[in-house]
Design a protein. Sequence first.
Length: 214
Amino acid sequence: MNVLVVKANNRPATEAISSKMYETFMAELEGKDVNVTTYDVFEEDTPYFGQDLFNAFGKLQNGGELTDVESRLVAAKQKAMDVITAADVVVFAFPLWNLTIPAKLQTFIDYVYTAGFAFKYDAEGNMVQLMPEKKAIFLSARGGIYSSPEAAPMEMAVTYMRNVFGGVFGMQIIDEVVIEGHNAMPAKAMEIVAAGMEEVKASAQRLVKLSVNA
């Protein structure tokens, strides 16, 4: 089984819970019969998605010479698509920042959110998911409490990821581990985080079992 782990927090694990979730998950997979690749959105060269990329497409069609940023964009988009293509399971470790996902993770999604790659339209105009054979796992942390009915509409990180990778791409979301409230309830922070890390370990163990049975 090929597992792609998309790391989307560049803060150290001593300060950022989603970074600690990533490290805990990876440690649990160490030595197991799973082929793991990491894509760190903060370490990769990922220029922001925009007109430069469309200019590059036009030049490629017409034999024009690409600028430096255009070449970087084409290469970055292709690499993002390649790592998704090679993966059987994609694991995302990400925080809730300002109610949404980090901009670097959004850029990665922009690269792969492509008609003909992640989805297509049929003759009647209906969207067809193109990745139903792939699976996804979400590992996310948020300092506040967003699982309550009152706050849930404000949460646009895990919700967005579900809509993109489950709804549009068609991946089967096989696990979600969300640690929340450690900043809102500092007296319970250690307990909350410790319990969450046990869930992260359990998620990794379930993935290993899935690999064995595949």
